[in-house]
Design a protein around this ligand. Structure first.
Ligand SMILES: [Zn+2]
Length: 489
């Protein structure tokens, strides 16, 4: 999400109070298509009230009360959304445009009074929106949306990022009120007891048929509708950790025992073809160039996104099945590795910057949250040396000579006297470091194999000493089994 794009999370927990003294919690609203997060239980109540339970059961969703996953209110809630296309009517397009104008009106009021506080913003702007002819709950949602945009703008300014236009440009509608789901049809209230019906496609119905789901809000654009769904998940108990590591042509995931390599060279091919196609158009007109570039850029994004989707789905599935927590490294600032002036060629930089560093992590994160697989985020300090230190002995590894094509993606360990695959080494290190963190977080409860690695667990004057972990025992190096898979090749 870019700096000037409004973030929905900034307002998700803020209540809104209008002149009608309705104070129901406002749902997360925003343009982001897939949003992931953990939220408190209080918002669920709101969503339950919105979607009629009989409507739920008619699309195959059991009543929310009957969810058997977790009854505890403390259980984390995973959120994602499902999106599909639809054909709008003239009335819907008018409604979208009205909503956009209301959002911009509220933004203008917020800017004039320098307000980002949701309560104050709604008390200032609700009466101003009375001139717009639409349902009052859409007005509340418009204010909430404006509050999100203003909060994101303020955050960007605080962080020192430049903000571009803060007004909503595209017509859209975000709401958590009044909609219905019945017999596979999404019904959108237009007022006067009239509804606009959108038939849901097979994919959306399939996603919604998962038990324990709550449909919380919807986002409508001129051609798409996305439904935000949430469910309570219970985190699985993990016995291992696994870390994904990405390079240009491969995504490697695993730990010291088992490593899977996903071949992503197709993504590189797609990026190369796109560059070739765009550069083949010679017409010297900025407007046409922009159109062509955005068209083929979108195509590339969709194709690579699909590839990554398959891979991340498999990573989360295998982590779930083998009860592994997923360890992610901190990749902030990775773009600075391939900047102009770093002594790399244009082509190389273009290529290295064309792979989606964050997209894979984002997909892994939300899919893991949905399945209840714990995700461990390593800090920069914890990630240090994962690629350069031997996972077996900790010795610093040496790169092969330039004229040694046989060991291109390998590193030499002096102490172990062997060549080690660069990526396998990196994921083994990453998983082991995540494991250390994981064991620390257990705070005294010994669990699984980690118990064997605990040492010095003696008592001193009746007080247990702080547990220390012997990392060398934790890692317990065996040569990992490497599995290679390729997608769509
Ligand atoms: Zn070694």
């Amino acid at each position: 999400m870019s700096a000037d794009e409004p973030a929905s999370s900034g307002i998700s927990k803020t209540g809104i109070e209008t002149s009608e003294s309705e104070s129901s919690p406002v749902p997360p609203s925003g343009p982001s298509i897939v949003s992931v997060g953990r939220e408190t239980g209080s918002q669920i109540e709101c969503a339950h009230a919105n979607v009629r339970s009989e409507a739920n059961s008619s699309v195959g969703i059991p009543r929310a009360e009957s969810t058997s996953l977790v009854d505890s209110r403390d259980a984390p809630t995973a959120t994602k959304s499902v999106k599909q296309n639809y054909v709008p009517s003239g009335e819907i397009l008018n409604l979208l445009e009205t909503f956009r104008m209301m959002v911009n009106e509220a933004i203008r009021i917020g800017l004039d009074h320098d307000v980002t506080n949701m309560k104050r913003l709604s008390s200032l702007s609700y009466s101003q929106l009375s001139g717009y002819n639409c349902l009052s709950y859409y007005k509340k949602c418009a204010i909430s949306r404006a509050g999100g945009i203003l909060a994101a703008r303020k955050k960007s300014i605080t962080r020192g990022y430049p903000t571009k236009s803060h007004y909503a440009v595209k017509p859209h509608l975000v709401s958590c009120y009044g909609f219905k789901l019945a017999n596979g049809i999404f019904e959108l209230p237009l007022g006067r007891r009239e509804y606009f019906e959108i038939p849901l496609n097979g994919h959306t119905r399939e996603v919604l048929s998962e038990p324990g789901l709550t449909v919380r809000s919807f986002t409508l654009t001129a051609s798409t509708v996305s439904l935000t769904i949430s469910k309570k998940v219970s985190l699985i108990e993990c016995v291992m950790t696994a870390g994904p590591d990405r390079n240009l042509r491969e995504l490697t995931c695993g730990n010291g025992a088992r490593v899977v390599k996903y071949n992503l060279s197709k993504a590189v091919r797609i990026a190369d073809t796109t560059t070739e196609i765009i550069s083949s158009f010679k017409r010297n007109d900025a407007r046409i160039r922009k159109k062509i570039a955005s068209k083929y850029g979108r195509r590339r994004k969709d194709r690579v996104g699909h590839l990554l989707n398959c891979v991340t789905k498999d990573i989360v599935r295998s982590a779930y099945e083998s009860r592994e927590a997923i360890v992610l490294e901190d990749i902030r600032g990775i773009r600075s590795l391939y900047r102009r002036g770093n002594g790399q060629g244009r082509r190389h930089r273009g290529r290295m910057n064309s792979w989606s560093f964050f997209e894979a992590q984002r997909q892994v994160e939300y899919k893991a949250a949905w399945k209840g697989v714990p995700v461990i985020h390593l800090t920069k300090a914890e990630t240090r040396g994962t690629t350069t230190d031997c996972a077996r002995c900790g010795e610093r590894l040496q790169s092969p000579a330039r004229d040694d094509p046989k060991h291109r993606r390998q590193l030499w360990c002096r102490r172990c006297k062997s060549w080690i695959d660069r990526d396998v080494n990196a994921v083994a290190n990453q998983a082991a470091r995540g494991r250390l963190r994981f064991d620390r977080s257990l705070s005294g409860r010994t669990k699984g194999d980690a118990g064997e690695a605990m040492k010095g667990n003696a008592e001193h004057d009746g007080e247990p000493l702080i547990l220390r972990v012997d990392a060398s025992k934790l890692i317990r190096w065996r040569k990992p089994r490497v599995i290679r898979t390729s997608w769509g090749l």
